[in-house]
Design a protein around this ligand. Structure first.
Ligand code: MN
Length: 364
């Protein structure tokens, strides 16, 4: 029979964040974002009457989750009226009887793989068998599975859920050889935080809510349907906020106001009002540029902004530089460039050229 599912994972509920910007408690706020995104996923499952909500590990960030948080998750699952929840614990939330998943009663519609080896559950009404290897410790140099062919019933839908590394066969986080499982209708993968379809029938869901400036692609979940062993997989965008890193070229003729405008123009108002920005200032600052003041100004425009000025150098005193370098390449370069006049383009060319020459001198 035809079935539908949502595949998510790597939500990392209750993660502690360490943001560089301390103007507000951004870490606590983003912890709440994770919960809101989790709610969004549950609502999507309910609204679309999906048969299965598949969670491929790292639902929680840590084994030290309060029972209040556990109960909140269980309650959300219990409210699903048509959906079976299947959880394959990962390296962050591996199963033990004395922590996390072992601490509370889970609703009837929740299945947790907790054996540390290949196991499966059959859902008779849906003619579907879901396999998985739930983690019971925090590292696996090899997959706890002998690679043998699993005999599947042709009449059923067969799904496999794994948390591990399909990119690196010497990973300590359960190396996965996808070629061993190419006869499943779908392989739902977790652990890598970037959403990617690796084969026609295997995909990493990625984080539904991004966690760091390294999570650059669109946060999403997968909505899938299987019918007569045909898989249809679609991305649904999720998440509250995104992370962006941008670099801005600063030239000496830019005023404080120019710089502020240039930073502000990097994005639209909607994104500035909710997303995380890390701005790298690069180049030469004129005398009236005050980066600390810029940070304060940007804090009024952006929800979250970091300004990295490690590569912003003070303006070059060209006259002094010429005096000191009369007889070498730098001096000759300045004289040559000054023949082009004093317009902004010529000035820019002079500064960027000097930047290159001075940098290569430093390195040499
Ligand atoms: Mn993870």
């Amino acid at each position: 029979m035809a079935i539908s599912f949502i595949h998510t994972g790597d939500i990392h509920l209750e993660k502690t964040f360490h943001f560089k910007n301390h103007q507000r408690d951004f870490g606590k706020a983003h912890r709440i974002d994770l919960w809101l995104t989790f709610d969004q996923i549950i609502n999507t499952a309910e609204k679309n009457h999906v048969d299965f909500l598949i969670i491929s590990g790292d639902l929680f960030d840590t084994p030290d989750v309060s029972s209040k948080a556990l109960k909140r998750v269980a309650e959300k699952f219990a409210h699903l009226t048509e959906t079976e929840v299947v959880i394959c614990p990962g390296n962050h939330d591996f199963y033990t009887p004395s922590a996390l998943y072992g601490l509370i009663e889970w609703p009837q519609n929740v299945t947790i793989f907790k054996q540390g080896q290949m196991e499966s559950k059959y859902f008779e009404e849906k003619e579907t068998r879901i396999f998985g290897i739930g983690w019971t410790k925090d590292t696996y140099d090899t997959m706890p599975f002998d690679g043998s062919h699993i005999n599947l019933s042709e009449a059923d839908n067969n799904i496999l859920v794994l948390h591990g590394d399909a990119y690196n066969q010497i990973s300590q986080y359960m190396p996965i050889d996808l070629a061993c499982f190419d006869y499943f209708d779908y392989v739902a993968l977790g652990h890598i935080h970037r959403s990617e379809r690796l084969t026609l029938r295997a995909a990493y869901c990625g984080c539904p809510e991004p966690l760091t400036f390294k999570n650059i692609n669109e946060p999403s979940i997968f909505y899938g349907q299987i019918h007569h062993h045909r898989l249809d997989l679609q991305k649904i965008e999720t998440g509250k906020r995104k992370f962006f890193q941008k670099t801005l070229r600063v030239s000496p003729e830019m005023t404080q106001n120019d710089l502020l405008m240039a930073c502000s123009d990097l994005s639209d108002d909607d994104s500035k009002g909710k997303d995380y920005y890390r701005l790298f200032l690069n180049g030469y600052a004129g005398a009236d540029i005050d980066v600390e003041e810029l940070r304060m100004q940007l804090a009024q425009i952006f929800y979250y902004v970091e300004v990295d000025d490690k590569k912003l150098l003070p303006n070059i005193d060209v006259d002094k530089l010429l005096e000191e370098n009369q007889d070498n390449m730098i001096g000759r370069f300045i004289q040559e460039m000054r023949r082009n006049g004093d317009n902004p383009t010529a000035k820019k060319a002079l500064y960027y050229g000097l930047e290159g020459l001075l940098n290569s001198e430093e390195k040499g």
